[in-house]
Write a protein that binds this ligand. Structure first.
Ligand SMILES: [Fe+2]
Length: 191
């Protein structure tokens, strides 16, 4: 792993632990794993973005908390934009303080700033890895019932549909399908 990656990883662990959300780091680690499966020669910026793309969640502000509480909030463009842009800013500031070169900082920011909605090939790659990392964890844990309890069945279905439909590559779709289908069955049979 390269020079700045390790520090970013430490920063991610530290920030989520401090926010009382350390369990969320597993998703980030798995996103990196899937990104490397989809593109084994991924560069440093892609690896950094994968392991840190949800950093905003460790620094969540009141306005964002309010948005996600509303019906459809979790899959709304306004939420995605705030989540992406704030995450990119946090990472940009951190990397700048670490003395990273401008080119690396700009690429990480570019990737994180579209990781939910995608855009160019690299942004789509991160988005796909993020979706696989989401389905892998939720399909294989009790987290789905937690999520249902928290936001209700309708919102969970919305989130599942969004996370699946947004996938760009056939490879990522293929990896995800069995977990997606399992989650739909689990959702239907849940109370
Ligand atoms: Fe994510």
């Amino acid at each position: 792993m390269t020079e700045f990656y390790k520090n970013v990883e430490k920063y991610v662990f530290y920030s989520f632990r401090k926010a009382g959300r350390i369990h969320e780091v597993l998703h980030l680690i798995r996103t990196l794993y899937w990104l490397e499966q989809l593109r084994p020669d991924a560069d440093e910026a892609l690896r950094i973005a994968a392991v840190s793309h949800d950093i905003e969640r460790a620094f969540r502000r009141k306005d964002v908390k309010e948005i996600v509480k509303k019906p459809g909030g979790l899959t709304s463009t306004i939420y995605f934009k705030k989540h992406e842009i704030r995450g990119a800013e946090i990472l940009g500031d951190y990397l700048e303080k670490q003395g990273a070169r401008k080119k690396l900082i700009n690429k990480v920011k570019m990737l994180v700033s579209r990781h939910e909605r995608g855009g160019n090939d690299d942004q789509n790659l991160l988005k796909d890895a993020d979706s696989i990392g989401f389905f892998e964890i939720y399909a294989n844990s009790e987290l789905i019932s937690e999520m249902i309890k928290h936001i209700g069945k309708k919102e969970v279905k919305r989130k599942i549909d969004f996370m699946y439909d947004r996938i760009t590559s056939d490879e990522a779709k293929q990896i995800t399908k069995k977990w997606h289908d399992k989650m739909i069955v689990d959702l239907k049979s849940s109370k």
